[in-house]
Design a protein around this ligand. Structure first.
Ligand SMILES: N[C@@H](CCC(=O)N[C@@H](CS)C(=O)NCC(=O)O)C(=O)O
Length: 201
């Protein structure tokens, strides 16, 4: 059985739990307390030299790191990834955008505020990252005003990947009220077959 090294409230880990659930693939979860440094032990670093979760053990002692690489691996030959090259490349395009623009802003602010209590200490950095987060959300909003999903007008891992941090942005002070297309897209995702929330997965 696949083993997922996991931190329950991480958006990056949730992406994997959501896809595995929607693919009906059973998996074992091994929770790693990243706040207490459990992803930085010698033992864990042997599994992932980058010291981060999610990490998927795809065969005994064979590990795959990076949430979006894991999504791509799992989605191959499924309904969640287009078959054609251009479709796949467009999925990658949005996954790179997520890691470059959304996750380092919304995801990092969320970690600083909710996990390590650095709201005061990192006030300036949070302000800067909040602007970057709103800029990323605006790009998504503009795209979603014209399209139901990110690629080929169908639900793919590009949507799963972007949903991971977008749907929890309001928990850390992002006001999403003017992002009506994002709101509609998030509702559509919550209505997909076998959808599971972060807390329930
Ligand atoms: N680019 C990586 C980011 C992974 C990441 O930042 N993981 C965080 C949790 S969301 C982590 O494990 N942090 C622990 C640490 O850096 O020590 C991915 O998408 O998987």
């Amino acid at each position: 059985m696949l083993r997922l090294y996991n931190f329950p409230s991480s958006g990056n880990c949730y992406k994997i739990r959501l896809l595995l659930t929607q693919l009906n693939i059973p998996f074992e979860k091994i929770d790693v307390d990243i706040v207490r440094g459990e992803s930085r032990t010698d033992e864990f670093l042997k599994r992932n030299v980058n010291g981060k979760v999610p990490l998927l053990e795809i065969e005994p002692n064979k590990f795959l790191a990076e949430s979006n690489a894991i999504l791509f691996y799992l989605a191959e030959n499924s309904q969640f990834l287009p078959n054609d090259t251009l479709g796949k490349i467009n999925v990658l395009r949005w996954m790179f955008f997520e890691q470059n623009s959304l996750e380092p802003s919304v995801g990092t602010i969320r970690y600083w505020i909710t996990k390590v209590n650095k709201e005061k200490e990192y006030e300036q950095a949070i302000k800067q990252k909040r602007d970057q987060g709103y800029a990323a959300l605006q790009v998504m909003e503009t795209h979603l005003k014209e399209h139901s999903f990110f690629v080929d007008n169908r639900y793919t891992i590009a949507d799963i990947c972007l949903f991971g941090y977008t749907h929890v942005a309001d928990e850390v002070g992002f006001n999403l009220s003017k992002f009506t297309a994002i709101d509609a897209w998030m509702e559509t995702i919550k209505n997909q077959p076998n959808y599971v929330s972060m807390a329930e997965s």
